[in-house]
Design a binder for this molecule. Structure first.
Ligand SMILES: Nc1ncnc2c1ncn2[C@@H]1O[C@H](COP(=O)(O)OP(=O)(O)O)[C@@H](O)[C@H]1O
Ligand SMILES: C=C(OP(=O)(O)O)C(=O)O
Ligand SMILES: [K+]
Ligand SMILES: [Mg+2]
Length: 586
């Protein structure tokens, strides 16, 4: 059976348009001069595309025999066609994935990799991109600006030469209290019962034995004898036993390895001590210099550590808007402090996205409260239509071992099941022994859990609240909600969205539909930014206000590359023409 359908939700959108009433939103009958004959064919989800991974980047590529490795989906020699106004930009890995596995099995959860000494080379970065890295994160806590500049350059070159759209996220150091450099040593071992001195004094090299420099001047004033000092949220513990001027003497109670620049917190009667250190600025003077660096380098995201209030986010956004030409750097609020949990909704509202920074969060609130905080942050971000990253210790054991613990796989699964936009690797990719394998685990677990969720239809009946702030936005939101619902009900192969700013694409992503979302946008920076959002496959394509010609061009370009085929069922929406169109690819 086939029949013709055509949904058009009225005409074009203009910011100044005042809409008379809601009857404006209507489904028009098929016009007699229907130029898009729409054939609607019902078919089962599994009819055409395989949900099973084959030899693709989505396959489980990690083996614990020590030999397993990432099998690149494409040859490293791949050179994408030159981009001009008549072409479409998509990376080789996505292209191969779509061709080999069909739309259904594309990965929806995005992957962020922290770049460090283990992954900063061009080939290493390329291996990560081939392995599915969507965003490269540089952490300004470590390394020099010159080091970070070279990483950014390599990622940019990779994008240009190989057609990737890997975005760059710069993460600020923030005013955290941390240890100094250990005089060049990679680590220092603290044994049970040993007395160590923590001091704001700077020491000459070589560092005196059992002495640690602390970066915060008020340290000795804030701590009290009897406090507990936690290194890296409890990897090593000390009791404060004596204060002598700037020096704080501590006895080790939980032995372990001290790493350079490890984070320090102190606890009194079971709670985090918040004295003068609570007054430290969220963005330090060093952070402002790093932010200037990030703006000059044109990074895509700036993640702000230890956010306490929405004000700091608003302040930074206006700073960026005044300095960055296109002001298109997105600001990500890292939720990792008690204050950020208190002001969560307004912080997320003010930001362009959030990160559940579980490392420091778990050092600021009792560990057993971290999972519920994570769930709350992920849900709130989805309600407010902000991308959310779940970060820290997802595969911590893979810093040293080629295979994850079962508990780590369960943790990754839970984040995917919560439908977070993105998962992040920290030490696993920055300085671990198996960065590509860790990425492959995130990839295969994501694909498998997403598939499970679709099969089981584990849609929690999440009623998304209305978030539009204008009637025009409300139309976009309703169109996207309806289009996503239709896409599920009709089991379409893909949603297409033509979007200039990316807003409509994010509204579709927010619905977490069963099919992938092909997001067509005319600028490379928007394309890169969309790479952080759940379910979006961003393409760069120059398009016009004429949806008919956009669709025809897209179909022929994608067909020529073998990424779609005649008969695929597609729903298209756009932010120029507020419409929902259902059609088979001609
Ligand atoms: N640019 C870098 N240079 C050197 N080491 C780095 C760099 N980035 C990250 N690392 C290493 O990887 C570890 C994990 O990274 P991350 O989680 O981002 O930092 P942190 O542990 O300080 O919060 C760091 O502790 C550090 O040892
Ligand atoms: C991601 C985090 O921040 P950073 O790695 O910068 O400490 C965290 O604390 O979990
Ligand atoms: K940081
Ligand atoms: Mg942190």
């Amino acid at each position: 059976m086939s029949q013709s359908l055509h949904f058009v939700v009225s005409s074009s959108r203009s910011p100044n348009l005042t809409l008379p009433n809601r009857s404006y939103l209507k489904l028009s009958p098929p016009p007699s001069n229907l130029r898009f004959p729409v054939t609607f064919v019902r078919r089962p989800i599994s009819a055409s595309s395989s949900d099973v991974d084959s030899n693709s980047p989505s396959k489980v590529l990690v083996s614990d025999n020590g030999k397993g490795g990432v099998l690149p989906a494409t040859s490293p020699e791949y050179v994408p066609p030159p981009s001009d106004s008549s072409s479409i930009d998509v990376d080789a890995v996505t292209e191969a994935d779509l061709k080999e596995n069909g739309f259904r099995s594309t990965r929806r959860t995005k992957l962020v990799c922290t770049i460090g000494p283990a992954t900063c080379g061009f080939e290493q970065l390329e291996a990560l991109a081939v392995g599915g890295m969507n965003v490269a994160r540089i952490n300004m806590c470590h390394g020099s600006r010159e080091w970070h500049r070279r990483v950014i350059e390599r990622v940019r070159r990779l994008n240009e030469e190989k057609g990737f759209a890997v975005a760059i996220m710069m993460d600020t150091e923030g005013s955290e209290i941390h240890m100094g450099e250990l005089g060049g040593a990679p680590s220092a071992k603290a044994e049970d019962g040993e007395i160590w001195t923590f001091s704001v004094r700077a020491f000459d090299s070589p560092r005196p034995e059992r002495t640690i420099n602390v970066n915060y001047d008020g340290f000795a004033e804030d701590v009290k004898v009897g406090d507990e000092l936690l290194v890296d949220g409890g990897m090593v513990r000390f009791d404060v036993i004596e204060k002598i001027g700037p020096d704080v003497k501590c006895r080790c109670t939980d032995p372990g390895l001290l790493l350079p620049r490890a984070n320090l917190t102190f606890w009194r009667d079971g709670s985090l001590v918040r004295e003068r250190n609570a007054m430290l600025p969220t963005i330090s003077s060093k952070d402002w210099l790093d932010i200037d660096f990030g703006i000059a380098e044109g990074v895509d995201f700036i993640a702000i550590s230890f956010v306490k209030s929405a004000e700091v986010i608003k302040h930074l956004k206006s700073y960026i808007a005044a300095r960055s030409r296109d002001s298109d750097i997105a600001v990500i609020a890292k939720i990792e402090s008690i204050d950020s949990l208190k002001n969560l909704e307004e912080i997320i509202q003010a930001s362009d996205g959030a990160m559940v920074a579980r490392g420091d969060l778990g050092a600021q609130i009792p560990l057993e409260q971290v999972p519920s905080a994570q769930q709350r942050i992920v849900q709130l971000c989805r309600h407010l239509n902000k991308p959310v990253i779940v970060a820290s210790q997802l595969l911590e054991s893979m810093i040293e071992y080629p295979t994850p613990t079962r508990a780590e796989v369960a943790d990754v699964s839970e984040a995917v099941r919560q439908r977070a936009d993105a998962l992040m690797l920290s030490g696993e990719s920055a300085m671990g022994l198996f960065p590509e394998k860790a990425l492959a685990v995130l990839r295969s677990v994501s694909v498998r859990i997403e598939k499970w969720w679709r099969e089981e239809k584990r849609h929690e009946a999440m009623e998304l609240p209305d978030i539009a702030s204008s009637f025009s936005d409300s139309i976009s939101e309703q169109i996207c909600n309806s289009a996503a619902k239709m896409a599920n009900n009709l089991a379409v192969d893909a949603l297409f969205v033509y979007t200039k700013t990316g807003h409509m694409a994010s509204l579709l992503s927010r619905c977490r539909p069963d099919c992938p979302i092909f997001a067509f946008t005319s600028t490379t920076s928007v394309r890169r930014r969309l790479n952080l959002q759940w379910g979006l496959i961003p393409f760069r394509l120059s398009f016009s206000d004429d949806m008919e010609s956009n669709l025809n061009r897209t179909f022929s370009l994608l067909k020529a590359r073998g990424m779609i085929k005649s008969g695929d069922l597609v729903i298209a929406v756009s932010d120029m023409l507020q419409s929902i169109q259902v059609m088979n690819v001609p």
